[in-house]
Write a protein that binds this ligand. Structure first.
Ligand SMILES: Cc1cc2nc3c(=O)[nH]c(=O)nc-3n(C[C@H](O)[C@H](O)[C@H](O)COP(=O)(O)OP(=O)(O)OC[C@H]3O[C@@H](n4cnc5c(N)ncnc54)[C@H](O)[C@@H]3O)c2cc1C
Length: 371
């Protein structure tokens, strides 16, 4: 029996599996296995709200109803020449591979780095939430004023004194000029102090030391800067971009019988842009890669990846949110109205569970349903 192996149980992996199961239907002899050590799909866009339990969806409730196996193991080796991966010390052969092993925050090598907190994983968020729970009103330094740093800083602002540190000369350097005034006024409204043009050089249990020599009292220092694709991408002989992502074609094929989706894949989005490492792209990429892996094996037509137009929804804690459309991020909504959109998105990224019909239907709709 032919075998599709999907490495990773995040958005891309789960939706690859469901889409492959949809193509298989009832008749075809096709085995589909998701390999990941995790028991849960982690809804990473919820993690900044510091409720890690609400960010977990048991994988068995999405995979089992649609007849997808789950091998609970970490992949340590990919051998494309022999079409096999090594997981938990055991070789697993594949006819098609979908690499969907995602991304991880890169931790800096600075004195005290082991004291840094993060919201990159459910475990990281649980550790931060547990630390804050014991503190009452706290002081926090958040390093990096990109998307994640802004969301964490504004979330923490209601509960403590927050300093946001950014190496660039502006907040949200990658978000562009359009949403910046809305972000700046939210930070001011929430009392978040901003230190621009400086980085972090060391951390101890009472303070953060900045690159200009300044010292900021901090019960917690949260690191948010720099995300890279899973190191497994290096085991596939193909071109990679500066984030370590594999170059893929419109069908999300890397080459031969290997596909890639989500944060490990540098696919073309629209308007000549590459996808971003976001679930807005990871979900539809997963659906296309899984569909194509199964269609390729069954001799059916393959489909192109063509994502919905790019949108952003940045959470700004008690100051609401800001939603934008397009790559130049034209503001659509701010404040309470934008917050309602954010809350809706955080609900919509939760996949249907337990019901095969709903899961397979959702796997067949392009996009995230998040618009
Ligand atoms: C705090 C935060 C906020 C975010 N907010 C947003 C947002 O508002 N909007 C948005 O669109 N995106 C947001 N993102 C980004 C989004 O979460 C990611 O783009 C998305 O999770 C990528 O999905 P993925 O399936 O490619 O990878 P991941 O979610 O990283 O999942 C990868 C999976 O692969 C598994 N894996 C890794 N290595 C191995 C291995 N060796 N063997 C087996 N399995 C392995 C992992 O355990 C995991 O199950 C946010 C991310 C964070 C951290």
């Amino acid at each position: 029996m032919s075998h599709i192996v999907i490495v990773g149980g995040g958005f891309a992996g789960v939706w690859s599996a469901a889409a492959a199961a949809r193509v298989r239907g009832d008749g075809a002899a096709l085995r589909i296995t998701v390999v990941t050590p995790d028991e849960d799909l982690v809804l990473r866009p919820r993690l900044h709200r510091l409720d890690p339990q609400a960010s977990r969806v048991p994988l068995r409730r999405v995979l089992a109803p649609v007849g997808v196996e789950h091998l609970r193991a970490k992949v340590t080796e990919i051998d494309p020449e022999r079409s096999r991966v090594v997981a938990g010390g055991r070789a697993v052969g594949y006819d098609r591979l979908v690499l969907a092993s995602g991304s991880r925050l890169v931790r800096p090598g600075l004195p005290g780095a082991e004291r840094l907190f993060d919201v990159d994983t459910a475990e990281g968020t649980a550790r931060l939430a547990a630390r804050l729970a014991g503190l009452g009103r706290f002081t926090a330094v958040v390093v990096g004023a990109g998307f994640t740093g802004l969301e964490v800083a504004t979330e923490l602002a209601g509960r403590g004194d927050v300093v946001l540190v950014e190496r660039a000369g502006v907040v949200g350097p990658e978000l562009g000029p359009e949403p910046r005034p809305a972000i700046e006024s939210a930070l001011a409204e929430l009392g978040v102090k901003v230190r621009l043009g400086v980085g972090l050089s060391a951390v101890d249990d009472r303070e953060a030391v900045l690159t200009d020599g300044g010292r900021v009292p901090a019960d917690v220092v949260v690191w948010t800067a720099g995300v890279r694709a899973s190191a497994l991408t290096a085991q596939i002989p193909a071109a990679r971009d500066e984030l370590g992502r594999l170059e893929v074609d419109r069908r999300l094929r890397v080459s031969g019988n290997v596909f890639a989706a989500g944060d490990v894949a540098a696919a073309e989005a629209d308007a000549g842009r590459r996808v971003l490492q976001c679930c807005q792209h990871a979900i539809p990429m997963g659906k296309v890669a899984g569909h194509n892996a199964a269609a390729d094996l069954l001799g059916l037509p393959l489909t192109d990846f063509a994502p919905d137009p790019y949108v952003t929804c940045l959470d700004l804690g008690a100051a609401g949110a800001v939603t934008t459309t397009g790559w130049d991020r034209r503001i659509r909504l701010t404040g309470v109205e934008a917050k309602e959109v954010k809350d809706r998105i955080l609900g919509l990224i939760h996949p249907p569970v337990d019901d095969a019909k709903l899961i397979l239907e959702a796997a067949g709709t392009p996009g995230t349903g998040v618009r």
